[in-house]
Design a binder for this molecule. Structure first.
Ligand code: SF4
Ligand code: SF4
Length: 184
């Protein structure tokens, strides 16, 4: 693994940990009380097909062909989950938000990891790269730019949750982090 990949993985892992904290925030996550968990082994398999995610989680041996990484206590992956696992919030999550801006911010939280992994090789995201050799040759200039934008959005969201306000420029910036509708 080259230094650029190593540095990118470290910062991406920090971003994933920060996203998890925001999602677990009171009022944002209903999943821990859910009786109809929407995890699916079809999504889990992404975490063992992707060399990038495998380098992060290093838990491939815990994958079960029927249940994926889902256990009786939730997902076994502490990090390196496919970004799609952070993207989906069922409608109940949005009913629970106090207003439209909070609902929009929740969607952006779900887009932070997606945004950070785009542009590894043209339109290919880094989690879709299939070999370690190709990973080392990824476009780290673009990846770092996107990762930095996700961190910038993260800081805006943290400030919003702290102060309850967001200026128009910040709202405009967050709109650039969204997952394109055709992929939702
Ligand atoms: S997103 Fe909704 S349906 Fe899926 S696990 Fe969370 S609460 Fe349950
Ligand atoms: S959160 Fe974990 S168990 Fe759920 S779909 Fe993602 S990898 Fe699988």
């Amino acid at each position: 693994m080259n230094d650029q990949l190593s540095a990118y993985i470290k910062r991406y892992t920090d971003l994933e940990a920060a996203v998890r904290i925001l999602i677990a925030r009171k009022g944002n996550s209903l999943c821990s009380q859910c009786s109809c968990i929407c995890c699916d082994a079809v999504m889990c398999v992404e975490a063992i097909k992707s060399p990038f995610l495998k380098l992060i989680h290093q838990q491939t041996e815990e994958y079960d062909t029927e249940k994926g990484f889902l256990t009786t206590t939730g997902c076994a992956l502490k990090k390196g989950r496919p970004s799609v696992c952070y993207e989906y919030f069922c409608d109940d999550h949005f009913y629970n938000q106090p207003d439209e801006l909070h609902a929009d911010v929740l969607k952006i939280i779900g887009s932070l990891l997606y945004h950070a992994i785009q542009g590894a090789d043209g339109e290919t995201s880094i989690d879709d790269i299939q070999t370690l050799e190709e990973l080392d040759r990824a476009d780290f200039q673009t990846l770092e730019k996107n990762l930095n934008e996700s961190f910038q959005a993260l800081e805006i969201i943290r400030a919003f949750y702290r102060d309850g306000k967001m200026i128009a420029d910040s709202q405009r910036f967050l709109k650039t982090i969204r997952i394109p509708e055709e992929f939702q």
